[in-house]
Ligand binder design. Structure first.
Ligand code: GLA
Ligand code: GLA
Length: 652
């Protein structure tokens, strides 16, 4: 278990560094992340590399046994570079270039920028390859899809399409370009989705989806160049990147393929449980939190300060979901620049206060429980499916405002969470055989291969929940021709005869056989049962009595279909029935805001129970557990203080 902090020695007088390092060590901090925005200090003039200051900082930290993750500083290109090569600036969809003045002012496809990125990465890698304090690297900072609209990107997009489709004929067929006479007869005719070329109308959804995939691939390629250099010079160091949880403008599965592990930046608004699970699912491994909120957020205005115990609860929540390191952003509030009011562990005055003491408590706890947590990781019976293609296709055509993959994912995940059922969030490409239950938010783009895998999973004894708008499109973002749910119709034992896009204002009610009733909105599929049984039927409108939700015994397994968007309460009711039927581990009836996450190891499971509310809460356990903080056996009800945490070991 690692406790760390993001540190910017270049913002402070050197005389202060030893005091900072001492305070860090006393709080149990053993890792700092450094330098990810320090390009102008590391290369003040082209090719003039200045590492002496960073060497001294590493030395001061090293004396306090603090090791470092170094960031490649490419998210903030210096002014000299932009002045000399303004063509590296990214261009927006109205074909306006960004200027110098904040950060991220670079197009990741630009060959000149790539040259400078490789050069600073190589210089740093060579200089720090053998440094005893350096543990590893963070590439750039919070990379996202390179949605740039410059001429380089236009040329690269056309090459990307040529590689993907092979011929213009194939592209014209895949995109269905006879629509509005869009057939291309030369690659140079294919536009980027410039707003200037389509005015108030929308581009072809097939082009839009391929552009998003392309923009993601460019970023992955950019990072790959840095990773190759780091691996060449620093084979002993790890390479990671700080992801952004539910951020979805880049395919994180692709970005992570080059990395040793995923880390991510957690600034909890609501519960961070879902983003933690998404982040763990990217590689299916434990992860780091590279930036964890430790004070109030703030650039020009400020948000509320974390309540006593809240930062500690967030950190333990992260550990419960699979974090092996929690690195706080940032050590001390900055005196200058855009983020002056983003609170560090220390305020501007550098006087250790309540939040410092809370983090020091965490430092002691991490040290104390590291042996128990060593080698443990979350292992769950339930998987939720995740896919950037699905997210993008539904962003391009949301069906009705408010309908998104995220909406479904949050409702399913939240319901499982309240039932104390842990879930993995995995790619649609993942092996599903370890899971007893697989929940699929809309598989709006559904190709035959994925449908066949899901069918086999159910036929061989798996349990699948599928959602409205499954099977609508092919991988090129064109509508499939079969009756919905397309290639999953046999698995689900239904046909969607028609559908009613009732939207945010529209409501209906569904009734279940047990008498329970729930409001639904946004979307209503009108189902015809073809082997499946009715789970719920509509109560209103011309389709009163028509099935809305179904279940089908298929082979050795079962498959449910939720053809409408019910209110949150429904999901808990519906999934509780399934989870109880499958006899999955659960801690039912958790109070809202209390979470149980579990890490499995050789010596049993460790339940991390976090109360993320400012109120006392009671949790009813199903089994006797060993309370690791209290060193006592607990049975039945346990009480949690506001933002309280318990670590419980169970052999079940
Ligand atoms: C107009 C146009 C058609 C079609 C419909 C529906 O009537 O003439 O080509 O676009 O709107 O959008
Ligand atoms: C992100 C960035 C940091 C900092 C924080 C706070 O997480 O990675 O550099 O900007 O947000 O704004």
């Amino acid at each position: 278990m690692i406790l760390g902090v993001d540190y910017y020695p270049e913002h402070w007088d050197e005389a202060r560094w030893p005091v900072d390092a001492q305070l860090m060590q006393e709080a149990g901090i053993s890792v700092v992340r450094l330098a990810e925005f320090a390009w102008s200090k590391l290369e003040p003039r082209e090719g003039d590399y200045q590492f002496a200051w960073l060497d001294r900082a590493l030395g001061v930290l090293g004396e306090r046994a603090i090791q470092a993750v170094l960031g490649t500083p490419t998210a903030a290109p210096p002014a000299w570079l932009i002045e000399k090569h303004p063509q590296v600036l990214p261009v927006d969809e109205w074909r306006r270039p960004l200027g110098f003045g904040a950060r991220l002012h670079r197009c990741l496809a630009n060959p000149t920028f790539r040259h400078y990125s490789r050069a600073i990465t190589a210089a740093m890698a060579q200089h720090y390859a053998a440094h005893p304090s350096v543990l590893g690297w963070q590439t750039d900072n919070e990379l996202t899809g390179n949605r740039c609209y410059c001429d380089v990107c236009a040329a690269r997009f056309r090459e990307w399409l040529e590689r993907k489709y092979g011929s213009l004929d194939a592209l014209n067929r895949a995109w269905g370009t006879p629509f509005w006479s869009q057939e291309y007869t030369a690659w140079t005719q294919v536009p980027l989705p410039w707003q200037t070329t389509c005015g108030p109308m929308a581009h072809n959804p097939s082009l839009l989806l391929d552009y998003r995939r392309f923009a993601s691939d460019i970023t992955v390629e950019f990072q790959h160049e840095q990773v190759e250099i780091l691996r060449e010079h620093c084979p002993e160091h790890f390479v990671t990147h700080n992801f952004m949880g539910l951020h979805d403008a880049i395919n994180y599965y692709d970005l992570a393929r080059d990395l040793d592990f995923v880390s991510w930046d957690n600034y909890p608004g609501g519960s961070a449980a879902l983003p933690h699970d998404v982040m763990r699912g990217i590689q299916g491994e434990n992860f780091w939190v590279m930036e964890e909120k430790c004070g109030h957020a703030g650039w020009n205005t400020m948000g509320p300060i974390p309540r006593p115990g809240q930062v500690r609860a967030w950190a333990w929540q992260a550990v419960g979901h699979g974090a092996d390191a929690v690195v706080f952003f940032r050590w001390r509030s900055c005196r200058s620049g855009t983020e002056q009011f983003w609170q560090g562990i220390l305020n501007h005055d550098a006087v250790p206060g309540r939040r410092y003491r809370e983090i020091a408590q965490l430092g002691r706890e991490f040290r104390q429980f590291a042996p128990d947590l060593e080698g443990t990781s979350p292992e769950n019976d339930v998987a939720l499916l995740y896919s950037y293609d699905q997210i993008w296709a539904l962003q391009i055509q949301p069906q009705v405002p408010g309908f998104s993959l995220g909406l479904w994912l949050e409702r399913y995940h939240q319901a499982l969470h309240r039932l104390g059922v842990g879930a993995d969030v995995v790619s649609t490409e993942a092996d599903l055989s370890p899971y007893k239950l697989v929940i699929a938010p809309p598989l709006y783009l559904l190709d035959d291969a994925l449908a066949a895998r899901l069918d086999r999973y159910v036929a061989e004894g798996g349990h699948l929940v599928a959602s409205a708008r499954t099977g609508v499109k092919d991988g090129n973002n064109c509508a499939r021709e079969e009756t919905l749910p397309g290639p999953l119709a046999r698995t689900l034992g239904i046909a969607v005869e028609d559908y009613d896009a009732i939207g945010q204002g529209g409501t209906n009610v569904v009734a279940l056989a047990d008498g329970a009733r729930f409001k639904v909105s946004l979307w209503c599929d009108l189902l015809r049962l073809e082997g499946a049984k009715q789970v719920a039927r509509y109560m209103r409108d011309f389709y009163e009595g028509v099935p809305a939700i179904s279940v089908h015994n298929h082979g050795k397994g079962r498959a449910w279909y939720v053809g409408t968007v019910p209110e949150e309460r429904f999901f808990r009711h519906f999934l509780r029935g399934i989870v109880e039927g499958l006899r999955l581990r659960m801690v039912p009836d958790l109070p809202k805001g209390v979470e149980v996450a579990a890490r499995q190891g050789d010596r049993g499971r460790i339940l991390v129970v976090t109360n993320l509310t400012p109120h006392k809460q009671v949790v009813h356990l199903q089994d006797a557990c060993e309370d690791l903080f209290a060193r006592a056996i607990v049975t039945e009800a346990i009480e949690l203080h506001p933002f309280g945490v318990r670590l419980l070991r169970t052999t079940r």
